[in-house]
Design a protein around this ligand. Structure first.
Ligand code: 5AD
Ligand code: SF4
Ligand code: FES
Length: 364
């Protein structure tokens, strides 16, 4: 057994060991890591993959992150918000098709009109599905009062990506103001946890000036924060954003993709019982990127339910897939894709993170 292989049999790693795992020197070692992570998933939480039907509710965002195509400052981008009926139609489709859960995602808005509207929609979705559709929210930094209302209305999982756990990189890729404070983002993530949500975070991989040391720190941050779920994927440059200027210093798309797969795999070794998403950004860089992520230990996938007429307007980055496929077609496509990974789509289940329940029990 070589040194790399012997590392794979551990589940607790030092920073140096994580760096080593993220930097295999042969293709064989890279493949062994991904294979091992898939096995660890199967042995710990099984080979089920859970669906979260994705509703990109609105592309209106108060923030101005330098990497994002729907940032407030991108005046070229027309803005939309789905109608209530459109949202409920998506939810009904998900329920009828046995998706088990939804993710509601939007730019970050904290007005009362917006937060009341989300509360209303949550209640309506719960009604139309007899309480059976699980709901994950991905709606940015919010106050405890808002989070409480949303939790009571039926949201039970919440994602806020920390984007990068490195403060210097964070400061470099966001405007320097109150709205974009690293410390505040961390506090927002804590509020999510304190209000009872299953809590998710994530990072972007392959940011300009980011090295494997930063990524090892990201994984250690995720582990230390003791999250229940993670969504992470490659950074993809987007014109119409300030960070497009840095496009010439990025590692290649292939390297970013493979590094992202290793991040998923190493995280699976470190946190065997959490939920890890095979993200859309993975498929953007590789036509079978999400399938590869599932093989490398991911267990959640988010088929897009957003009406096709809005999809072009929710381009966080270039080359997003499924722009023309209505939900119906996307479902068939995704089912076939997952079958190819040796896993099973678990329909009609919430697919909650096992880690969450263990965490709760140990709190008692
Ligand atoms: N490349 C990859 N991911 C991005 N996101 C935003 N812009 C980009 C980009 N250019 C991700 C961020 C955000 C999520 C909604 O999309 O991580 O949290
Ligand atoms: Fe808004 Fe999120 Fe894009 Fe930042 S990454 S500009 S918060 S949608
Ligand atoms: Fe959406 Fe294939 S996954 S069309």
């Amino acid at each position: 057994m070589n040194k790399y292989e012997s590392l794979l049999n551990k589940n607790d790693f030092t920073r140096e060991e994580i760096i080593a795992l993220l930097s295999p020197t042969t293709k064989d070692d890279h493949e062994l890591l991904l294979e091992k992570a898939g096995m660890v998933r199967n042995e710990t939480i099984g080979n089920n993959v859970y669906f979260r039907g994705l509703i990109e509710y609105s592309n209106i965002c108060a923030k101005n992150c330098y990497y994002c195509g729907i940032r407030r400052g991108n005046e070229k981008q027309g803005r939309y918000t789905m109608t209530d009926q459109e949202v409920l139609d998506c939810a009904k489709f998900a329920y009828d098709e046995g998706y088990g859960s939804l993710v509601i995602q939007a730019g970050e808005v904290s007005s009362k009109d917006f937060t009341d509207k989300i509360e209303y929609l949550l209640k309506e979705i719960k009604k139309l599905s007899n309480g059976k559709l699980g709901i994950t929210l991905s709606l940015g930094e919010q106050t405890s009062d808002v989070l409480k209302k949303w939790f009571e209305a039926g949201g039970h999982r919440y994602l806020i990506r920390i984007e990068t756990s490195n403060k210097d990189l964070y400061a470099r890729y966001h405007p320097n103001d109150e709205l974009h404070s690293y410390d505040e983002r961390l506090r927002a993530l804590n509020r999510v946890k304190d209000n009872g949500f299953q809590t998710g975070t994530g990072v972007m991989i392959g940011l300009p000036r980011q090295n494997v040391g930063h990524l090892a720190d990201d994984l250690l941050f995720i582990k230390k924060f003791d999250v229940d779920m993670v969504g992470m994927g490659p950074y993809i440059e987007s014109d119409d954003t300030p960070m497009y200027e840095d496009r010439n210093i990025l590692i290649s798309k292939k390297d970013r993709f493979e590094l992202s797969l290793r991040m998923v795999a190493v995280l699976r070794l470190m946190m065997p019982d959490i939920n890890i998403a095979a993200t859309t950004a993975m498929q953007t860089l590789d036509p079978v990127g999400r399938e590869k992520a599932i093989k490398a230990g991911a267990n959640v996938i988010m088929p897009n339910l957003t009406p096709v007429k809005y999809r072009e307007s929710y381009l966080l980055y270039e080359g997003k897939p499924c722009l023309d496929e209505e939900a119906e077609k996307c479902k068939g496509c995704i089912m076939a894709r997952i079958k190819s990974t040796g896993t099973v789509v678990a329909l009609n289940e919430w697919g909650d993170s096992n880690h969450f329940f263990k965490r709760k029990n140990s709190d008692k």
